[in-house]
Write a protein that binds this ligand. Sequence first.
Ligand SMILES: [Zn+2]
Length: 416
Amino acid sequence: MKECPKFTFGVGDRFAHGAHAQLKAFIAAKELGIDIVPTWNKSNREHDIIGSEPRQTRDAADQAVKDLAWTGEYLLDADHINLKTVDRFIAPCNFFTLDVADDIGKAADPADVAAFIDKHPELIGTVSIGGIDQPFEITAADVEKTANQFLKATQKARAIYDHIVAAKGQDDFITEISMDETDNPQTPPEMLIILAAIADQGVPIQTIAPKFTGRFNKGVDYVGDVAQFEKEFNDDLAVIAHAIKAYGLPAALKLSVHSGSDKFSIYGPIKKALARTGAGLHIKTAGTNWLEEVIGLAEAGGDALALAKTIYAKALEKKAALCEPYATVIDIDDSKLPSAEEVYGWTSAQYVAALTHDQSNPGYNQHLRQLLHVGFKIAAQQGDTYLDALKANEDIVGQKVTGNLLDRHMIPLFGK
Ligand SMILES: [Zn+2]
């Protein structure tokens, strides 16, 4: 097992042109005393939509690390993979996000459920967890229900893990399990039961991505009850610390926040919880980087602005198809989307204001932002036109990408 660094920060580089600008944010953060490990993540879905290969993400990251003389650690995350999709990620990646969401709710073998309940009498009754004032009251029926909901998913995690080990050996990668792309949040007592089941499967998990309460829509702020999130986050941290000891899980095990970009209203509570407990964190951002590319193009004006407008117009035209794979992680009100004609008439400043995530700016439009977030396929379809525009406007685009990561994500979350 490769030990997972305490703070890992996932960045997405959809078009493999942003790694330098992203790494510059980590370098600047390091100068501020913020020690976080860059983790380039790109899911199978993103590769399919763009028509790229995991190898290209690895090459772009390696090149940036070489060019900018980054001497720290860096990771490549096979993001949201399963048994069907993992193979092309195995060689280039050293961090694997095992996505078991599809198996949540699928009944496990009744004998396995019975064996799990038998093995874990400590989960039933009044369960006291250090750091949580109110003990959990868990009945045998609760354990059975949770096992029925999650046991099969943990068995699937084991199968994916074994598949990777068979190809790669077990020493050189980090294992994450993700359960975020599902309908219902997992409660802290469920988290405890799930971790016991993962430990039983022998998967050396070092970070786990639950579905938290509230909405984690792509590229926009958290929508939900911040106080409830804070309690759940703190309780999850306590459950993890407990499970490491009780079930012999890896000591580095930590929480992972997916769709973690731009969740400005919960960064404060997260930062406070980490400071209080000394816990680690994996935070995943991805598409927000591509949005910064578009903002940079819009700000550049001229042909680049025209291209940004074309991308919006085409995204609007293809809205249904673009949104379909992301239905659970976006909330777009069609009536708030400007027409293509309107956007074609915008100045550079109007476009930049609409897309830039600044809630205090009256020009900001979260609906347009979410549509463009899922609209990267349109840019991919522009082929070299889009890539050439990135190259021609490298400085302005790079400043947006670096500044967004550093000023709006890294410093608020990890700043001293
Ligand atoms: Zn996720």
